[in-house]
Structures are given as structure tokens and as C-alpha cells.
Design a protein around this ligand. Structure first.
Ligand code: PMT
Length: 398
């Protein structure tokens, strides 16, 4: 495919060079376009060497006025990374003062924008309104990550990792990509409920949204999906083979009953660690109710899978309120997983119940990929993309 890579002026512009290299490696023809301010940070020569093409920078060069129309017609995708607050504003308002913004107006194909800027600029009402306009226009936004920024502040605004930008490119160019054809993925989702008596139970806040998003994404990519689900209020995605369970023991039994055809397992469910040791047969009466509830540990399904998985790819989750990375690394080892999806829980916009999440994908060998806040369906696609990469690179085969 033919891709225009727009690079605008920010400290993250240097990362665009590696992006250009990866796009070329993936078989694309890449035409780099640098804004004037990008040239303050990176040299066109670098991009010319990486793409094998003359880099376009200036609207007022002879022939450039026609060139932007030709380019707009000849390319399949416009990707801007990093996209500064200024270029986002120009795009949102249809200003055409530079080569890239003029090209944008002439371009009719899909547009992917990977913003990068200081946190205050990213959170400013003006930028938020511009992003809303661009989203409504149907452009794909690769959300910036949270971290230490070049300006010394900590917050949102860091250019997304190249892996995330490349995933967005692949998905946009091949919307119907069925890269999980032939795989059978066993996914657990939702909470478990551990009875105290016939009408009461111990449970947690899992809504099932993350696990169901994984099931939907895997089905869209061609996988057969066995969805072992705790009690949730969601409709399962069409095509999923749903096994409904209530308790952790039922979930364990369902997982092992349906394990045989699975080529990969994703343990997204929030499973009880403890259950009432002696659930009452009859409803406990208020009068005379015991002051304490005796609990006993429940077997760890993921750990058991880690011991018996065979060649299957095994992905666990970690829901943590602190030391997210350290605990995820420990779970990776202790439960013999290929990847742990670690999410910080207990706040707004991530983890339990919310429609969005933000996670760390922690792999064997210490590789960690940060996936910034995005709808759970997007997070699901990033997890599946990483699983496919693990198969390819680590040689984890069926
Ligand atoms: O359902 P949502 O509202 O969308 O919320 C999503 C989520 C927060 C539930 C999900 O993203 C998530 O983090 N799921 C894992 C929750 C959890 O139980 O985490 P944990 O750190 O306690 O467990 C670690 C891993 O061990 C998990 O893969 C879990 O499935 C597994 N486990 C835990 C206990 C147990 N008895 N058996 C298990 O297999």
C-alpha cells in the first residue's frame, strides 16, 4: 500500500524515523512529508534514506502546488505521527497554510493521527474540541500515552508506541483482516459468585466488558471462540460458544472441559480467591446470624493452566491497585504465562466496569508494551495483535 507519513514538529519527531522504517519493512511505499517545524527536529535526509523517496517539505517549491493533489490521489492512507496541537487545529478547521495541511484537504482516503504534546496542551479545551471534530470526521486517533514528557512533566501526551501505530495502520488498511483463522481461543470473562446462602454471595465488580470485547475482536479476526462467562448483563457476541457459570469451581470445570480444542487461552475473568467455607443451605436469618464469615481459598485456574497448558498460548490478566508492573512480572513467572495484561484498578476510566481501559502488556523476557487509555474493544485488538506477534517471534506454535 502507499502511505503518506506526515511528520510535524515535536520532540517525538525522531520516533517517526523508526516508524518509517517499520512501514517500509511491512511492504508499504512510504512518502514522508515534513512540516517546516519538523525540520527543526529531524532531517529530511534521514527519511529520504529510509523510504528511498524524496521528502516533501515546502508548498512553495516549484511543482509542489500540483504535487500535493497528485500525492493525495495516489496514496491509500495519510498517517501523521507525531501530530502536534497545531496540525490538529489546522486539520480540524480546514486551514491550508502548509504542504501537509493542503494535502490533508485534498486527500480522500483514511486518516490516522497520533498526537504528541505537552499534557496541558492535550487537555486544553481547544485541543479537545479539535479532537472531537476529527473523531467525528471518522479519523482514527492513536491515543497518546501517559508518562514522563520531554518538558519534564508527567501526564498524557507522549506519542503512542510504534507498535500501536502500526496496528492501527494494519487495521485501517485491512478492516476485514482474519489473522486468527484456524485458532480456537478460550476466553473467560466476568465475575464469579460464591454463595453465602441460597440468596447471598461474595462477588466483585467485573462487568464482563473486557472479556466480551476480546471475544468479539477474536471472532471478527476469524477465530473460533469459546467464552466461559460468569454472570453478566451483556449479550454475548454473535458466533461465540458461550458456557455460563456462576462459581469459581464451575468456571474451573468448564475451562478444563472445553480446553482440548483451544490453541490459546485468555483468562480475563475476575475469579474469586476465597469463598465461604460452609455456605448455609437455608437463608441465614438476621437474628442469630454469625458475626464472622469463615472463608477458604479457591484453586487458582490460571496457575493450573500454567502447569497443564501444553503448547497453548496462555494469557493471564492482573488487576492491581499498586505496583502494577512488579506484580504482573511475578504472575507471569509464577503462573507460567506468555503474557500478562496488567491493569490498574480502583480508579476512573480503567479496569472494572468502565467502557475504557489502559493496560501494560508484560511479556516473557521483560518486554513491556504500554497501551494507553482506549475503548475496551481497541484494547482487545491490541492484546490479540500482541499474541499474534508472540506466536511469530517466540515460535510459540500449536
Ligand atoms: O469485566 P470488566 O468490568 O470489563 O473488568 C475487566 C477486568 C478488570 C475484570 C479485567 O481487565 C481483569 O483485570 N481481569 C482479571 C481480574 C483478576 O481476577 O485479577 P487477579 O490479579 O486477581 O488475577 C490474576 C489472574 O489469575 C487473572 O487472569 C485471573 O483470571 C486468574 N485467576 C485468579 C483467581 C483464581 N482463583 N483463578 C484464576 O484463574
Amino acid at each position: 500500500m502507499r502511505i503518506i507519513l506526515g511528520v510535524t514538529g515535536g520532540i517525538a519527531a525522531y520516533k517517526a524515523a523508526d516508524l518509517a522504517r517499520s512501514l517500509v519493512r511491512d511492504g508499504h511505499e512510504v512518502q514522508a512529508v515534513l512540516t517546516r517545524s519538523a525540520e527543526e527536529f529531524v532531517s529530511p535526509t534521514t527519511f529520504a534514506a529510509l523510504t528511498g523517496r524524496k521528502v516533501l517539505t515546502n508548498l512553495f517549491e516549484p511543482s509542489a502546488a500540483i504535487e500535493h493533489i497528485d500525492l493525495a490521489q495516489a496514496n491509500d492512507l495519510l498517517l501523521v505521527a507525531p501530530a502536534t496541537a497545531n496540525i490538529l487545529a489546522e486539520f480540524a478547521h480546514g486551514l491550508a497554510g502548509g504542504f501537509l495541511s493542503t494535502l490533508y484537504l485534498a486527500f480522500r482516503g483514511p486518516v490516522i493521527l497520533a498526537p504528541a504534546m505537552n499534557t496541558n496542551m492535550w487537555e486544553h479545551e481547544a485541543t479537545r474540541a479539535n479532537m472531537e471534530t476529527l473523531r467525528r470526521r471518522g479519523h482514527v486517533i492513536v491515543e497518546p500515552g501517559v508518562g514522563l514528557l520531554a518538558c519534564g512533566t508527567f501526564g498524557a501526551g507522549r506519542l503512542a508506541e510504534n507498535d500501536g501505530i502500526l496496528d492501527a495502520v494494519r487495521k485501517t488498511l485491512n478492516p476485514g483482516v482474519r489473522d486468527l483463522e484456524g485458532e480456537t481461543i478460550l476466553i473467560t470473562a466476568g465475575p464469579t459468585q460464591e454463595p453465602i446462602d441460597p440468596v447471598r454471595f461474595i462477588s466483585n465488580r467485573s462487568s464482563g466488558k473486557m472479556g466480551y470485547a476480546l471475544a468479539e475482536a477474536a471472532l471478527d479476526r476469524g477465530a473460533r471462540v469459546i467464552l466461559v462467562s460468569g454472570p453478566v448483563a451483556l449479550d454475548p457476541p454473535r458466533g461465540a460458544e458461550v458456557v455460563r457459570v456462576r462459581t469459581a469451581v464451575e468456571m474451573r470445570d468448564a475451562v478444563f472441559l472445553h480446553l482440548e480444542p483451544a490453541t490459546a487461552i485468555i483468562k480475563c475473568a475476575a475469579v474469586a480467591d476465597f469463598r465461604p467455607a460452609a455456605p448455609a443451605r437455608q437463608k441465614i436469618k438476621k437474628k442469630g446470624a454469625p458475626a464472622t464469615l469463615e472463608l477458604e481459598p479457591v484453586g487458582d485456574i490460571l496457575a493450573e493452566l500454567g502447569r497443564t497448558r501444553g503448547e497453548r498460548l496462555l494469557v493471564g490478566f492482573a488487576a492491581e491497585t499498586e505496583n502494577v508492573l512488579a506484580y504482573a512480572l511475578r504472575k507471569l513467572e509464577e503462573k507460567n504465562c506468555d503474557m500478562i495484561v496488567a491493569n490498574r484498578v480502583g480508579g476512573e476510566g480503567a479496569g472494572f466496569e468502565s467502557d475504557t481501559n489502559e493496560v501494560l502488556l508484560v511479556m516473557r523476557g521483560g518486554v513491556v508494551v504500554e497501551v494507553p487509555r482506549a475503548p475496551k474493544r481497541e484494547i482487545a485488538d491490541r492484546i490479540l495483535g500482541q499474541m499474534i506477534r508472540l506466536r511469530r517471534t517466540a515460535g510459540v506454535t500449536r
